[in-house]
Ligand binder design. Structure first.
Ligand code: NAG
Ligand code: NAG
Ligand code: NAG
Ligand code: NAG
Ligand code: NAG
Length: 397
Protein backbone atom coordinates (compact mmCIF):
# COMPACT_ATOMS: atom_id res chain seq x y z
CA UNK A 1 0.00 0.00 0.00
CA UNK A 2 2.78 2.36 1.04
CA UNK A 3 4.61 1.42 -2.13
CA UNK A 4 1.59 2.26 -4.27
CA UNK A 5 1.14 5.62 -2.56
CA UNK A 6 4.82 6.28 -3.11
CA UNK A 7 4.65 5.17 -6.74
CA UNK A 8 1.75 7.56 -7.40
CA UNK A 9 3.81 10.34 -5.86
CA UNK A 10 6.72 9.57 -8.17
CA UNK A 11 4.43 9.50 -11.19
CA UNK A 12 2.84 12.78 -10.04
CA UNK A 13 6.30 14.34 -9.77
CA UNK A 14 7.28 13.08 -13.20
CA UNK A 15 4.04 14.33 -14.72
CA UNK A 16 4.64 17.67 -13.08
CA UNK A 17 7.16 18.17 -15.94
CA UNK A 18 9.96 18.72 -13.44
CA UNK A 19 11.94 15.51 -13.34
CA UNK A 20 14.70 17.30 -11.42
CA UNK A 21 12.30 17.83 -8.51
CA UNK A 22 12.63 14.23 -7.39
CA UNK A 23 16.38 14.47 -7.63
CA UNK A 24 16.59 17.72 -5.69
CA UNK A 25 14.37 16.92 -2.74
CA UNK A 26 16.54 16.15 0.26
CA UNK A 27 17.80 12.59 0.78
CA UNK A 28 16.00 11.24 -2.27
CA UNK A 29 18.14 9.65 -4.95
CA UNK A 30 16.93 8.60 -8.37
CA UNK A 31 18.33 5.16 -9.15
CA UNK A 32 17.95 2.11 -11.31
CA UNK A 33 19.13 -1.35 -10.33
CA UNK A 34 19.52 -4.71 -12.02
CA UNK A 35 19.41 -7.77 -9.81
CA UNK A 36 20.16 -11.31 -10.95
CA UNK A 37 18.35 -14.27 -9.40
CA UNK A 38 19.95 -17.68 -9.82
CA UNK A 39 17.67 -20.45 -11.02
CA UNK A 40 18.55 -24.16 -10.98
CA UNK A 41 21.64 -24.79 -13.14
CA UNK A 42 20.57 -25.79 -16.66
CA UNK A 43 22.03 -25.13 -20.10
CA UNK A 44 18.87 -23.51 -21.50
CA UNK A 45 16.64 -21.16 -19.52
CA UNK A 46 13.96 -19.98 -21.97
CA UNK A 47 10.53 -18.42 -21.61
CA UNK A 48 8.53 -17.06 -18.72
CA UNK A 49 5.14 -15.52 -18.05
CA UNK A 50 3.30 -14.17 -15.04
CA UNK A 51 0.26 -16.14 -13.93
CA UNK A 52 -2.40 -13.39 -14.17
CA UNK A 53 -3.75 -12.04 -10.85
CA UNK A 54 -1.16 -13.98 -8.86
CA UNK A 55 2.32 -13.52 -7.45
CA UNK A 56 3.71 -16.36 -9.54
CA UNK A 57 5.91 -16.36 -12.61
CA UNK A 58 6.41 -19.61 -14.55
CA UNK A 59 9.84 -20.05 -16.18
CA UNK A 60 10.84 -22.88 -18.53
CA UNK A 61 14.17 -24.67 -18.64
CA UNK A 62 14.26 -26.56 -21.91
CA UNK A 63 17.46 -28.59 -21.55
CA UNK A 64 16.07 -30.64 -18.64
CA UNK A 65 12.34 -29.94 -19.19
CA UNK A 66 11.81 -28.30 -15.79
CA UNK A 67 9.12 -25.74 -14.97
CA UNK A 68 10.24 -23.22 -12.35
CA UNK A 69 7.45 -21.62 -10.33
CA UNK A 70 8.74 -18.34 -8.88
CA UNK A 71 6.98 -16.45 -6.12
CA UNK A 72 7.15 -12.64 -6.20
CA UNK A 73 6.89 -10.28 -3.26
CA UNK A 74 3.40 -8.80 -3.81
CA UNK A 75 4.61 -5.26 -3.03
CA UNK A 76 8.03 -5.01 -4.63
CA UNK A 77 7.63 -7.74 -7.32
CA UNK A 78 11.01 -9.13 -6.23
CA UNK A 79 11.42 -12.91 -6.67
CA UNK A 80 11.49 -14.43 -3.17
CA UNK A 81 11.33 -18.22 -3.65
CA UNK A 82 11.04 -20.89 -6.31
CA UNK A 83 10.04 -24.51 -6.73
CA UNK A 84 10.79 -26.63 -9.79
CA UNK A 85 8.67 -29.34 -11.38
CA UNK A 86 9.62 -31.79 -14.14
CA UNK A 87 7.24 -31.56 -17.11
CA UNK A 88 6.61 -34.12 -19.85
CA UNK A 89 7.49 -37.77 -20.28
CA UNK A 90 11.18 -37.35 -19.46
CA UNK A 91 13.98 -34.83 -19.04
CA UNK A 92 14.14 -34.76 -22.88
CA UNK A 93 10.55 -33.51 -23.28
CA UNK A 94 11.91 -30.01 -24.03
CA UNK A 95 9.53 -27.78 -22.13
CA UNK A 96 9.74 -24.42 -23.94
CA UNK A 97 6.66 -22.19 -24.38
CA UNK A 98 4.55 -20.71 -21.58
CA UNK A 99 1.57 -18.42 -22.12
CA UNK A 100 -1.40 -17.36 -19.93
CA UNK A 101 -4.86 -18.44 -21.07
CA UNK A 102 -7.60 -15.83 -21.04
CA UNK A 103 -10.33 -18.29 -22.07
CA UNK A 104 -9.48 -20.29 -18.91
CA UNK A 105 -8.46 -17.59 -16.38
CA UNK A 106 -5.58 -18.63 -14.13
CA UNK A 107 -4.59 -21.55 -16.42
CA UNK A 108 -1.35 -21.55 -18.42
CA UNK A 109 -0.40 -23.07 -21.79
CA UNK A 110 2.91 -24.93 -22.03
CA UNK A 111 4.64 -26.52 -25.02
CA UNK A 112 6.69 -29.73 -24.95
CA UNK A 113 8.76 -29.56 -28.12
CA UNK A 114 10.25 -33.04 -27.65
CA UNK A 115 6.92 -34.73 -26.77
CA UNK A 116 5.16 -32.88 -29.64
CA UNK A 117 2.43 -31.72 -27.24
CA UNK A 118 0.71 -28.66 -25.83
CA UNK A 119 -0.51 -28.69 -22.24
CA UNK A 120 -3.03 -26.53 -20.43
CA UNK A 121 -2.07 -26.54 -16.74
CA UNK A 122 -3.42 -25.22 -13.49
CA UNK A 123 -0.26 -23.86 -11.82
CA UNK A 124 -1.72 -24.42 -8.33
CA UNK A 125 -2.59 -22.14 -5.44
CA UNK A 126 0.78 -22.03 -3.70
CA UNK A 127 4.46 -22.41 -4.40
CA UNK A 128 4.83 -26.12 -3.69
CA UNK A 129 1.59 -27.22 -5.37
CA UNK A 130 2.42 -29.40 -8.36
CA UNK A 131 0.88 -27.95 -11.55
CA UNK A 132 -1.98 -30.16 -12.69
CA UNK A 133 -2.63 -30.92 -16.35
CA UNK A 134 -6.12 -29.87 -17.46
CA UNK A 135 -5.79 -30.68 -21.16
CA UNK A 136 -3.20 -32.31 -23.46
CA UNK A 137 -3.14 -31.56 -27.19
CA UNK A 138 -1.11 -33.97 -29.33
CA UNK A 139 0.18 -32.14 -32.39
CA UNK A 140 -1.17 -34.14 -35.36
CA UNK A 141 0.98 -35.28 -38.30
CA UNK A 142 2.73 -33.80 -40.16
CA UNK A 143 3.46 -31.24 -37.38
CA UNK A 144 6.58 -31.50 -35.25
CA UNK A 145 8.09 -29.67 -32.31
CA UNK A 146 5.88 -26.91 -30.82
CA UNK A 147 8.21 -24.11 -29.66
CA UNK A 148 6.30 -20.97 -28.62
CA UNK A 149 2.61 -21.23 -27.67
CA UNK A 150 0.00 -18.43 -27.71
CA UNK A 151 -3.75 -18.04 -27.22
CA UNK A 152 -5.42 -15.64 -29.66
CA UNK A 153 -9.20 -15.28 -29.28
CA UNK A 154 -10.61 -18.80 -28.86
CA UNK A 155 -7.66 -20.54 -30.54
CA UNK A 156 -4.34 -21.86 -29.31
CA UNK A 157 -1.39 -21.37 -31.69
CA UNK A 158 2.07 -22.92 -31.80
CA UNK A 159 5.06 -22.51 -34.12
CA UNK A 160 6.36 -25.98 -35.01
CA UNK A 161 10.12 -25.46 -35.01
CA UNK A 162 11.26 -28.92 -36.06
CA UNK A 163 11.12 -30.24 -39.64
CA UNK A 164 8.23 -32.67 -40.15
CA UNK A 165 9.19 -36.35 -40.08
CA UNK A 166 6.65 -37.00 -42.84
CA UNK A 167 7.22 -34.06 -45.22
CA UNK A 168 10.43 -32.30 -44.11
CA UNK A 169 8.40 -29.05 -44.02
CA UNK A 170 7.63 -26.58 -41.22
CA UNK A 171 4.15 -25.65 -39.98
CA UNK A 172 2.14 -23.29 -37.79
CA UNK A 173 -0.54 -25.09 -35.76
CA UNK A 174 -3.83 -23.53 -34.68
CA UNK A 175 -6.66 -25.28 -32.80
CA UNK A 176 -9.88 -24.33 -31.04
CA UNK A 177 -9.11 -24.22 -27.30
CA UNK A 178 -12.03 -26.43 -26.29
CA UNK A 179 -12.14 -28.62 -29.40
CA UNK A 180 -8.60 -29.38 -30.61
CA UNK A 181 -9.96 -31.63 -33.40
CA UNK A 182 -10.92 -28.30 -35.04
CA UNK A 183 -7.38 -27.50 -36.13
CA UNK A 184 -5.45 -26.04 -39.07
CA UNK A 185 -1.84 -26.66 -40.06
CA UNK A 186 -0.33 -23.83 -42.14
CA UNK A 187 2.83 -24.73 -44.05
CA UNK A 188 5.53 -22.10 -43.50
CA UNK A 189 9.27 -21.47 -43.82
CA UNK A 190 12.06 -22.46 -41.41
CA UNK A 191 11.28 -21.93 -38.50
CA UNK A 192 8.16 -20.34 -37.05
CA UNK A 193 8.71 -18.58 -33.70
CA UNK A 194 6.29 -15.82 -32.61
CA UNK A 195 2.64 -15.67 -33.72
CA UNK A 196 0.64 -12.45 -33.22
CA UNK A 197 -2.57 -10.81 -34.37
CA UNK A 198 -2.56 -7.38 -36.04
CA UNK A 199 -5.35 -5.68 -34.05
CA UNK A 200 -7.04 -3.69 -36.85
CA UNK A 201 -7.21 -6.30 -39.61
CA UNK A 202 -7.26 -9.48 -37.48
CA UNK A 203 -4.52 -10.89 -39.73
CA UNK A 204 -2.04 -13.25 -38.05
CA UNK A 205 1.70 -12.63 -38.49
CA UNK A 206 4.39 -15.24 -37.81
CA UNK A 207 8.14 -14.62 -37.54
CA UNK A 208 10.33 -17.29 -39.17
CA UNK A 209 13.92 -17.08 -37.97
CA UNK A 210 16.36 -19.01 -40.23
CA UNK A 211 14.59 -18.18 -43.50
CA UNK A 212 14.24 -14.54 -42.33
CA UNK A 213 10.67 -13.90 -43.40
CA UNK A 214 7.29 -13.05 -41.89
CA UNK A 215 4.23 -15.09 -42.82
CA UNK A 216 0.79 -13.46 -42.95
CA UNK A 217 -2.28 -15.63 -42.40
CA UNK A 218 -5.87 -14.72 -43.15
CA UNK A 219 -7.69 -17.23 -40.92
CA UNK A 220 -11.01 -16.60 -42.72
CA UNK A 221 -9.78 -17.47 -46.20
CA UNK A 222 -6.90 -19.70 -45.09
CA UNK A 223 -4.58 -17.76 -47.42
CA UNK A 224 -0.96 -17.24 -46.44
CA UNK A 225 1.70 -14.89 -47.84
CA UNK A 226 5.41 -14.40 -47.17
CA UNK A 227 6.99 -11.00 -46.46
CA UNK A 228 10.77 -11.58 -46.75
CA UNK A 229 13.04 -9.36 -44.61
CA UNK A 230 15.23 -7.35 -47.03
CA UNK A 231 18.81 -8.59 -46.36
CA UNK A 232 19.99 -4.96 -46.50
CA UNK A 233 18.32 -4.24 -43.11
CA UNK A 234 19.29 -7.47 -41.33
CA UNK A 235 17.96 -10.97 -40.83
CA UNK A 236 16.49 -13.56 -38.48
CA UNK A 237 13.01 -12.33 -37.52
CA UNK A 238 12.19 -13.63 -34.02
CA UNK A 239 10.40 -11.54 -31.36
CA UNK A 240 6.95 -10.14 -32.11
CA UNK A 241 4.17 -8.39 -30.18
CA UNK A 242 0.72 -6.98 -30.89
CA UNK A 243 0.48 -3.33 -29.88
CA UNK A 244 -2.55 -1.09 -29.39
CA UNK A 245 -3.25 2.65 -29.30
CA UNK A 246 -0.63 4.91 -30.91
CA UNK A 247 1.70 1.91 -31.49
CA UNK A 248 -1.08 -0.08 -33.19
CA UNK A 249 0.03 -3.07 -35.27
CA UNK A 250 2.61 -5.80 -34.82
CA UNK A 251 6.23 -5.02 -33.95
CA UNK A 252 9.05 -7.49 -34.55
CA UNK A 253 12.81 -7.74 -34.05
CA UNK A 254 15.75 -8.99 -36.13
CA UNK A 255 18.26 -11.09 -34.16
CA UNK A 256 21.10 -10.95 -36.72
CA UNK A 257 23.54 -13.76 -37.46
CA UNK A 258 27.00 -15.01 -36.51
CA UNK A 259 28.57 -11.71 -37.55
CA UNK A 260 26.27 -9.74 -35.24
CA UNK A 261 23.00 -7.87 -35.43
CA UNK A 262 22.06 -4.60 -37.10
CA UNK A 263 20.02 -3.02 -34.28
CA UNK A 264 16.93 -3.26 -36.49
CA UNK A 265 13.29 -3.77 -35.57
CA UNK A 266 10.14 -3.34 -37.60
CA UNK A 267 6.43 -2.58 -37.64
CA UNK A 268 3.47 -3.80 -39.70
CA UNK A 269 0.24 -1.83 -39.34
CA UNK A 270 -3.17 -2.18 -40.95
CA UNK A 271 -1.71 -1.37 -44.41
CA UNK A 272 0.37 -4.56 -44.28
CA UNK A 273 3.56 -2.67 -45.20
CA UNK A 274 6.78 -3.44 -43.29
CA UNK A 275 8.65 -0.40 -41.98
CA UNK A 276 12.03 -0.61 -40.27
CA UNK A 277 13.69 1.30 -37.45
CA UNK A 278 17.35 1.20 -36.50
CA UNK A 279 19.09 1.91 -33.20
CA UNK A 280 21.68 4.68 -33.39
CA UNK A 281 23.94 4.21 -30.34
CA UNK A 282 27.37 3.40 -31.81
CA UNK A 283 28.59 1.03 -29.08
CA UNK A 284 25.56 -0.96 -28.05
CA UNK A 285 22.90 -0.18 -30.64
CA UNK A 286 24.27 -0.69 -34.12
CA UNK A 287 25.46 -4.29 -33.46
CA UNK A 288 22.45 -5.20 -31.33
CA UNK A 289 21.00 -8.63 -32.11
CA UNK A 290 17.38 -7.94 -31.19
CA UNK A 291 15.79 -11.20 -30.09
CA UNK A 292 12.72 -10.09 -28.15
CA UNK A 293 10.45 -7.11 -27.60
CA UNK A 294 7.76 -5.83 -25.23
CA UNK A 295 5.49 -2.80 -25.05
CA UNK A 296 7.02 -0.17 -22.74
CA UNK A 297 4.34 2.51 -23.29
CA UNK A 298 3.11 4.37 -20.23
CA UNK A 299 0.99 7.42 -19.52
CA UNK A 300 4.02 9.31 -18.22
CA UNK A 301 6.56 8.03 -20.75
CA UNK A 302 4.44 7.88 -23.93
CA UNK A 303 4.71 5.23 -26.66
CA UNK A 304 7.80 3.06 -26.17
CA UNK A 305 9.26 -0.41 -26.61
CA UNK A 306 11.59 -2.63 -24.62
CA UNK A 307 14.06 -4.38 -26.95
CA UNK A 308 16.36 -7.19 -25.89
CA UNK A 309 19.79 -7.47 -27.56
CA UNK A 310 21.38 -10.89 -27.11
CA UNK A 311 24.75 -12.56 -27.55
CA UNK A 312 22.88 -15.79 -28.47
CA UNK A 313 23.89 -15.71 -32.15
CA UNK A 314 27.07 -13.62 -31.99
CA UNK A 315 29.29 -12.27 -29.26
CA UNK A 316 29.60 -9.13 -31.39
CA UNK A 317 26.12 -8.31 -30.04
CA UNK A 318 25.82 -7.10 -26.45
CA UNK A 319 23.45 -8.49 -23.84
CA UNK A 320 21.39 -5.37 -23.16
CA UNK A 321 17.89 -4.19 -22.41
CA UNK A 322 17.03 -1.15 -24.51
CA UNK A 323 14.09 1.20 -24.13
CA UNK A 324 13.21 3.20 -27.22
CA UNK A 325 10.81 6.12 -27.54
CA UNK A 326 9.35 7.63 -30.69
CA UNK A 327 8.35 10.95 -32.21
CA UNK A 328 4.66 11.88 -32.04
CA UNK A 329 3.82 10.18 -35.36
CA UNK A 330 5.78 6.98 -34.48
CA UNK A 331 7.85 7.50 -37.63
CA UNK A 332 11.31 7.58 -36.05
CA UNK A 333 13.15 6.68 -32.83
CA UNK A 334 13.58 9.72 -30.58
CA UNK A 335 15.29 8.24 -27.53
CA UNK A 336 17.30 5.14 -26.57
CA UNK A 337 18.01 4.09 -22.97
CA UNK A 338 20.57 1.29 -22.61
CA UNK A 339 20.82 -1.05 -19.65
CA UNK A 340 23.76 -3.42 -20.14
CA UNK A 341 23.10 -6.75 -18.49
CA UNK A 342 25.28 -7.52 -15.45
CA UNK A 343 26.58 -10.70 -17.09
CA UNK A 344 27.71 -10.43 -20.71
CA UNK A 345 27.60 -13.56 -22.89
CA UNK A 346 24.49 -14.47 -20.85
CA UNK A 347 22.51 -14.93 -24.09
CA UNK A 348 19.47 -13.06 -22.78
CA UNK A 349 16.25 -14.51 -24.16
CA UNK A 350 12.95 -12.89 -23.18
CA UNK A 351 11.78 -9.60 -21.62
CA UNK A 352 8.57 -9.16 -19.59
CA UNK A 353 7.42 -5.85 -18.12
CA UNK A 354 5.41 -6.20 -14.92
CA UNK A 355 3.59 -3.46 -12.98
CA UNK A 356 6.69 -1.54 -11.85
CA UNK A 357 9.69 -3.71 -12.78
CA UNK A 358 11.01 -5.54 -15.84
CA UNK A 359 12.18 -9.17 -15.93
CA UNK A 360 14.72 -10.66 -18.37
CA UNK A 361 15.64 -14.34 -18.74
CA UNK A 362 19.27 -15.27 -19.34
CA UNK A 363 19.39 -18.48 -21.35
CA UNK A 364 23.07 -19.34 -20.84
CA UNK A 365 23.47 -18.43 -17.15
CA UNK A 366 20.20 -19.85 -15.69
CA UNK A 367 19.37 -16.44 -14.32
CA UNK A 368 16.33 -14.21 -14.11
CA UNK A 369 17.29 -10.53 -14.01
CA UNK A 370 15.06 -7.74 -12.68
CA UNK A 371 15.27 -4.03 -13.50
CA UNK A 372 13.93 -1.69 -10.85
CA UNK A 373 13.71 2.10 -10.79
CA UNK A 374 13.56 4.07 -7.55
CA UNK A 375 12.22 7.64 -7.25
CA UNK A 376 11.65 7.62 -11.00
CA UNK A 377 10.01 5.41 -13.61
CA UNK A 378 11.09 3.87 -16.89
CA UNK A 379 11.05 6.62 -19.49
CA UNK A 380 12.18 9.38 -17.11
CA UNK A 381 15.83 8.31 -16.80
CA UNK A 382 17.90 11.24 -18.06
CA UNK A 383 20.09 10.35 -21.03
CA UNK A 384 23.77 11.29 -20.79
CA UNK A 385 23.19 13.41 -23.91
CA UNK A 386 21.20 15.92 -21.84
CA UNK A 387 24.56 17.54 -21.00
CA UNK A 388 26.42 16.31 -24.05
CA UNK A 389 29.94 17.38 -24.84
CA UNK A 390 31.45 15.56 -27.79
CA UNK A 391 35.07 16.33 -26.83
CA UNK A 392 37.32 13.34 -27.49
CA UNK A 393 39.90 13.18 -24.72
CA UNK A 394 43.54 12.57 -25.63
CA UNK A 395 44.82 12.13 -22.08
CA UNK A 396 43.52 9.84 -19.36
CA UNK A 397 43.89 12.46 -16.62
C1 NAG B 1 14.06 4.10 -2.76
O1 NAG B 1 13.77 5.45 -2.40
C2 NAG B 1 13.25 5.60 -1.10
C3 NAG B 1 12.87 7.07 -0.90
O2 NAG B 1 13.96 7.90 -1.23
C4 NAG B 1 14.24 5.12 -0.07
O3 NAG B 1 13.70 5.18 1.22
C5 NAG B 1 14.61 3.67 -0.38
O4 NAG B 1 15.66 3.26 0.48
C6 NAG B 1 15.10 3.53 -1.79
N1 NAG B 1 15.34 2.12 -2.09
C7 NAG B 1 16.40 1.70 -2.75
C8 NAG B 1 16.50 0.22 -2.91
O5 NAG B 1 17.23 2.43 -3.22
C1 NAG C 1 -1.33 -24.66 -0.18
O1 NAG C 1 -2.59 -24.76 -0.84
C2 NAG C 1 -3.48 -25.69 -0.28
C3 NAG C 1 -4.73 -25.67 -1.13
O2 NAG C 1 -4.41 -25.87 -2.47
C4 NAG C 1 -3.80 -25.36 1.16
O3 NAG C 1 -4.60 -26.37 1.73
C5 NAG C 1 -2.52 -25.24 1.94
O4 NAG C 1 -2.81 -24.79 3.26
C6 NAG C 1 -1.57 -24.27 1.27
N1 NAG C 1 -0.34 -24.21 2.00
C7 NAG C 1 0.19 -23.08 2.41
C8 NAG C 1 1.50 -23.20 3.16
O5 NAG C 1 -0.32 -22.00 2.22
C1 NAG D 1 -9.59 -12.36 -45.32
O1 NAG D 1 -10.26 -13.18 -46.20
C2 NAG D 1 -11.67 -12.92 -46.26
C3 NAG D 1 -12.33 -14.00 -47.11
O2 NAG D 1 -11.71 -14.08 -48.38
C4 NAG D 1 -11.89 -11.53 -46.83
O3 NAG D 1 -13.25 -11.22 -46.86
C5 NAG D 1 -11.16 -10.53 -45.90
O4 NAG D 1 -11.23 -9.24 -46.45
C6 NAG D 1 -9.70 -10.91 -45.73
N1 NAG D 1 -9.14 -10.05 -44.66
C7 NAG D 1 -8.19 -9.16 -44.91
C8 NAG D 1 -7.78 -8.30 -43.75
O5 NAG D 1 -7.64 -9.03 -45.99
C1 NAG E 1 24.82 -11.70 -41.73
O1 NAG E 1 24.02 -10.54 -41.74
C2 NAG E 1 24.60 -9.44 -42.41
C3 NAG E 1 23.69 -8.24 -42.23
O2 NAG E 1 22.40 -8.48 -42.72
C4 NAG E 1 24.81 -9.81 -43.88
O3 NAG E 1 25.46 -8.74 -44.55
C5 NAG E 1 25.66 -11.06 -43.98
O4 NAG E 1 25.74 -11.47 -45.31
C6 NAG E 1 25.06 -12.18 -43.15
N1 NAG E 1 25.98 -13.31 -43.13
C7 NAG E 1 25.58 -14.53 -43.42
C8 NAG E 1 26.62 -15.59 -43.32
O5 NAG E 1 24.43 -14.79 -43.73
C1 NAG F 1 33.75 20.03 -23.21
O1 NAG F 1 34.76 19.39 -22.46
C2 NAG F 1 36.06 19.92 -22.64
C3 NAG F 1 37.05 19.04 -21.86
O2 NAG F 1 36.64 18.90 -20.54
C4 NAG F 1 36.08 21.38 -22.18
O3 NAG F 1 37.36 21.94 -22.42
C5 NAG F 1 35.02 22.17 -22.96
O4 NAG F 1 34.95 23.50 -22.45
C6 NAG F 1 33.66 21.51 -22.83
N1 NAG F 1 32.71 22.19 -23.69
C7 NAG F 1 31.55 22.64 -23.23
C8 NAG F 1 30.67 23.31 -24.26
O5 NAG F 1 31.19 22.53 -22.08
Amino acid sequence: MLYHTFKSLVIALALGTNIALAQNSANSLVSRRLTEYLMPAATETHEFARVPDSNFVLLTQMSDSELIKIELDPTTEEPVAFHSFPMGKSSSSELHGVWPSTVYPGMMWLSLQGDNQLLLVDPGQNLSTTPSIIQTIDIPEPGNGPHCVFEIGDRVWAGLKVASEQTGQYYVFSAHVSNPTDYTMYQCLKSPVFIKEEPTTGLIYVTQDSDSSIMRINVTSGETAQLPIPPSVGNNAVGMISAYGPMNGVWFTLAGNATGGTGTFGHIGSSGEMEFFQLQHPLLGTNAGLLHIADASSVAGGPALWLLSTSLLSNNSPDALIRVTFDAGITSVSGEEYISMLTQNAMVHRVLPMDATVLVSELHTFTLAQLTYNNTIAGQWLPAESVSNTTVYTQPG
